[in-house]
Ligand binder design. Structure first.
Ligand code: CA
Ligand code: CA
Ligand code: CA
Ligand code: CA
Length: 437
């Protein structure tokens, strides 16, 4: 159990930001107070080995295959422009974007780069990512099985079919992801774990059908023989930073722990999707069970540095994730938690109220603005309120220089264009960044 944490006030969050080297936002300022200390030129940074990593669930998913390519083929999509401006203002060296539909050949990733990231928005300098990585995801890939046990195998391309896919999605690759980098990616050494089977994880939390006496039997033996652990994919993307060993950028997007029943099949899967990286970075015998899509086994070596990034869909204190789900990473002996905060999150929790009021986690560390209304429903069906869902977690040998969440207060002139309130101009998630040396 973890001790209840004191709710941070807006003033305390501002003080924390100031202590971290930021000026507290001035409520009457006409220019944006947000200054995440933009880094100097890439070459200079390389000499100092200072790196900025970031994760952003950008909601750049669309309803049908082809829609994202259509939207990104012109520079006129307002949401994509606001997402790009956010990325430009934070200006990370290495970035994971979650909820970015997978398109074969990297077409959507290149269109977003060429038509949005490399174009100035509202006077903000373009950002240049010569390198990116995309690969297929399990979302929307039909299994032929009735995985949600509603009596029918849903047709591909429908919401019912989405629930019977390897990961929820209306078409293959919906809600995928992309990594952008200013530094070369060791593409030949990327490891993907799209096909790893859940049952091959020792002690997997395989869900139980509470209506039957047998244990762990929500999925049939035939289903478990094909059921993949990763709801999207898990990638180990080595980034070749000059003058040092590669940094393994470990990215994923575990399923939300909701949208299920008392069997908690998504909560248990979320827990084990997070556990995968905990075992992977521990390495050694505890990671011997792991195999990648090319058949190579084992986890990361002790001497390897890494940064874990992504929307983990698990808050340390609140929400519906399985007990200790995210603590598998936050308490890990090889992992540091930089505790990024924002003043906007504190303001949003106070403004939104509802389910935010009984929460025990610090509002300042929230990264996602979810529905808040109080409802008389079973606990696992209530609105989540705002949560800490998105993480950038470095390995133990990095010096943490700073971190933050791009969640501006409403007094900021950029608020309406880049943050806003539901329906959001960008995403229901905020970008999280980390500077390390
Ligand atoms: Ca079904
Ligand atoms: Ca059972
Ligand atoms: Ca909210
Ligand atoms: Ca919260």
């Amino acid at each position: 159990m973890h001790a209840r944490r004191t709710r941070l006030s807006l003033a305390a969050a501002a003080a924390a930001l100031a202590a971290a080297g930021f000026s507290a936002p001035a409520l009457t300022s006409s220019a944006s107070a947000y200054d995440p200390a933009p880094q100097s030129a890439t070459s200079q940074k390389a000499q100092q080995a200072e790196l900025r990593f970031a994760t952003f669930n950008a909601s750049l998913n669309r309803l049908t295959a082809g829609d994202l390519v259509r939207d990104l083929s012109t520079p006129d999509n307002a949401q994509a422009a606001a997402i790009a401006e956010t990325i430009q203002r934070v200006n990370p060296d290495v970035l994971l974007v979650n909820e970015f539909d997978y398109v074969e050949g990297g077409r959507a990733a290149e269109l977003f780069r060429d038509n949005y990231l490399e174009v100035a928005h509202h006077g903000v300098a373009p950002v240049d990512y010569p390198y990116y990585y995309v690969a297929p995801a399990n979302t929307g890939v039909a299994t032929g099985f009735d995985l949600n046990n509603n009596g029918v195998v849903g047709a591909p391309g429908t919401p019912a079919g989405g629930d019977d896919s390897f990961g929820f999605g209306h078409f293959p690759g919906q809600y995928g992801m992309v990594v952008y980098s200013k530094y070369p990616i060791a593409t030949d050494e990327v490891r993907t774990f799209q096909h790893f089977l859940w049952k091959d994880m020792p002690g997997a939390l395989l869900p139980d059908d509470p209506a039957t006496p047998a244990e762990s039997d929500w999925y049939s033996p035939a289903e478990l023989d094909v059921f993949r652990l990763s709801s999207k994919s898990h990638w180990d993307v080595p980034i070749k930073v000059p003058g040092r060993k590669p940094v393994h950028f470990l990215v994923s997007h575990p399923t939300p722990p909701t949208f299920d029943g008392t069997e908690d099949r998504n909560g248990t899967r979320n827990h084990d999707e997070i556990r995968f990286w905990a075992d992977y970075v521990a390495g050694g015998r505890g990671a011997a069970y792991i195999y990648d899509d090319a058949g190579e086994t084992g986890g990361l070596g002790r001497g390897q540095d890494f940064v874990i990034a992504g929307d983990q869909n698990a808050d340390p204190y609140d929400g519906d994730s399985t007990d200790r789900a995210i603590w598998q990473l936050l308490d890990h002996p090889r992992i540091q938690d930089p505790h990024p905060t924002s003043t906007g999150a504190v303001e949003a929790a106070e403004r939104d109220g509802g389910e935010n009021v009984p929460q025990i986690g610090p509002d300042a560390e929230d990264t996602a603005d979810f529905a808040d209304a109080l409802q008389t429903k079973p606990t696992d069906q209530k609105n989540p309120g705002n949560l800490r869902a998105d993480y950038v977690l470095p390995s133990e040998r990095f010096d943490i220089l700073g971190s933050g969440v791009f969640w501006l207060p409403s007094s900021d002139p950029l608020f309406t264009r880049l943050v806003g309130v539901y329906p959001f101009p960008t995403s229901d998630h905020r970008m999280v960044w980390l500077d390390v040396r």
